[in-house]
Design a binder for this molecule. Structure first.
Ligand SMILES: Nc1ncnc2c1ncn2[C@@H]1O[C@H](COP(=O)(O)OP(=O)(O)OP(=O)(O)O)[C@@H](O)[C@H]1O
Ligand SMILES: [Mg+2]
Length: 269
């Protein structure tokens, strides 16, 4: 079967390719086990769950979702949510083809629904209520989405799995209660221990010398309480290391990296 196109109720819908991801999840097995457990189907009467990963920015939610899809042996379809998204962007959008005909294009979410695979609904709480409403039947035991634009009801493949990620950035909306009750389990992605942080930075900046990584980590963990109380993230630690490597190459003091990376843009405006 052509995985790029599918005819549903006589309407042809073109589909997306899954994202090519080579994410490696380091050191925090429990969070991955909790996510993988939620995707299991225990019995033919049973249905997979629809979990959400929550946590501060830059601590690994998207990475965990994609690495878990790999571990689950399913392709990952990453759908990045924005505040101006419309329900059709989330499901099926019409496009005008060269012959002035209307064609229907499935979103990454619908491509996972039809082909089977994991939809990672990333930054999901940036979407407004209208978008959530269109997802309600997919997130309960009905397991379908309806495209008002194409006039079709699309049933989910048995290998379809779902995970949303969210953080409480100020640019987000409140999740409606009927959706919150469907997004279960809620898995918290916490900041890692110093040891795990060291391993993650090494894996993400493999060209940095051991010494440089060690001094970056030492510096960041000088105040381990600040790290655990979330005043900086894994992404910050990786960025500090990447910039420190560059500064050293230019003969500059690599310690300046902390100052330049940890300062926020808006602080300086
Ligand atoms: N356990 C881990 N193993 C490997 N890399 C990790 C791990 N946790 C985080 N990272 C790395 O940290 C960086 C930030 O992770 P990620 O983008 O997944 O965070 P996030 O929580 O989704 O952030 P945001 O809320 O801003 O979207 C990435 O470069 C990722 O590779
Ligand atoms: Mg993310």
């Amino acid at each position: 079967m052509d995985s790029k196109k599918r005819i549903i109720d006589g309407i042809e819908i073109s589909l997306r390719e899954p994202d090519i991801t080579h994410y490696k999840w380091i050191g925090r097995d429990e969070e991955m086990r909790f996510l993988l457990a939620s995707w299991l189907q225990i019995d033919k009467e049973d249905l997979p769950m629809t979990p959400v990963l929550v946590g501060d920015p830059g601590n690994g939610k998207t990475t965990l979702a994609c690495a878990s899809a790999q571990e689950f042996n399913q392709p990952a379809y990453l759908m990045n949510c924005t505040s101006d998204m419309r329900p059709e962007d989330l499901i099926v959008t019409p496009v005008i083809s060269s012959g002035n005909q209307i064609k229907y294009r499935g979103s990454p979410l619908v491509s996972a629904v039809i082909n089977g695979g994991v939809c990672v609904l990333d930054e999901a709480n940036r979407m407004n209520e209208k978008c959530w409403a269109s997802l309600a039947p997919l997130l309960d035991d009905r397991r379908y989405v309806e495209s008002v634009i194409a006039g079709v009801k699309i049933k989910a493949h048995s290998d379809f799995r779902f995970v949303a990620t969210m953080n409480d950035d100020p640019s987000t909306y409140t999740i409606p209660g009927y959706i919150e009750s469907r997004l279960k389990p809620v898995i918290e992605v916490e900041p890692p221990s110093g040891e795990v942080l060291r391993a993650i930075v090494k894996a993400n900046v493999p060209y940095a010398s051991e010494d440089l990584i060690e001094s970056v980590i030492q510096h960041m963990l000088k105040d381990e309480d600040a790290f655990l109380s979330r005043s900086f993230s894994i992404r910050d630690a990786i960025e500090v290391t990447r910039y420190a490597v560059r500064l050293s190459r230019k003969g500059e003091d690599y310690q300046k990296s902390f100052e330049y990376i940890m300062k926020t843009g808006s602080e300086s405006l």
